[in-house]
Design a protein around this ligand. Sequence first.
Ligand SMILES: NC(=O)c1ccc[n+]([C@@H]2O[C@H](COP(=O)([O-])OP(=O)(O)OC[C@H]3O[C@@H](n4cnc5c(N)ncnc54)[C@H](OP(=O)(O)O)[C@@H]3O)[C@@H](O)[C@H]2O)c1
Length: 259
Amino acid sequence: MTGPDPLFDIAGRSIVVTGASGAFGRAAAQTLAARGARLTLVSGDAGGLQRLAEDLPGHGHATLQRRPDTLDDAQAIADAAIAAHGRIDGLVVASGTNHPAAIGEMTPAAWQTVMDANVRAPWLLCKAIGPHFAAQGHGKVVFVSSVRGRHGTPRGYTAYCTSKAALDGLTRTLATEWGPQHVNVNAIGPTVFRSNLTAWMFGDDDRSSASRVQSLPRIPLGRLGEPGDLMGILVYLLAPASDFCTGQVIYVDGGYTAG
Ligand SMILES: NC(=O)c1ccc[n+]([C@@H]2O[C@H](COP(=O)([O-])OP(=O)(O)OC[C@H]3O[C@@H](n4cnc5c(N)ncnc54)[C@H](OP(=O)(O)O)[C@@H]3O)[C@@H](O)[C@H]2O)c1
């Protein structure tokens, strides 16, 4: 075979990536740009966005300094992608957050911040971009969920685990609603991978080591993740290879959920 494998060919596809200056978002932007996708990169971090766009292969990628906090924001993100590329073929929601705290110490405002970033924002983005997918008769949505949507943990994750479980519900429900329009909705379920949220777990100090001693026996492949570990499944979920896959949370977790 010469040229890209048609099963995994995403060249020319217009793909929106939110949280683009975060660890998953940056890796996604680099992976998709290297495969010829035309990107709309969305981030609240203007400096990070500019550095990312300058480093990317390909050109013509659009950038927008914004977070998907409101329906207006989500609409502006959809408008920017249409203005830059004329269509939207894929949405990757790589924005999200966590505020670990035991329930007794967690404020309702902190709870709401996590739910807004991890559930409301993906819903708003789908609401704004959905009409474009429906008009085209195709589209691919990829959320970033977590093993924490399926497994509880005593680390002060009442908001985070609940938000990811809700995101899994959104994945399945929207997949059923949008299936007739040939729009695929799936989520990636990682365990811990290296990012701003988890950098402390990769250190050499006692707290990091203790955390790894606790986590690694649960991971059959014996290590924590890197953003690059998640890029194969991302390309699959945006490419023709996944045309008959929808409503799934696909765990890429070193086997964590197998045990
Ligand atoms: N790292 C892990 O171990 C792990 C494991 C499982 C799942 N995940 C999920 O993976 C996704 C990406 O996270 P990451 O690990 O790449 O972390 P990250 O490097 O911190 O990136 C997350 C990005 O989300 C955006 N963000 C932060 N707070 C936000 C808020 N309140 N509202 C909206 N957007 C906000 C920021 O993007 P901008 O500054 O660009 O706007 C930030 O860079 C998240 O949904 C996370 O829950 C992570």
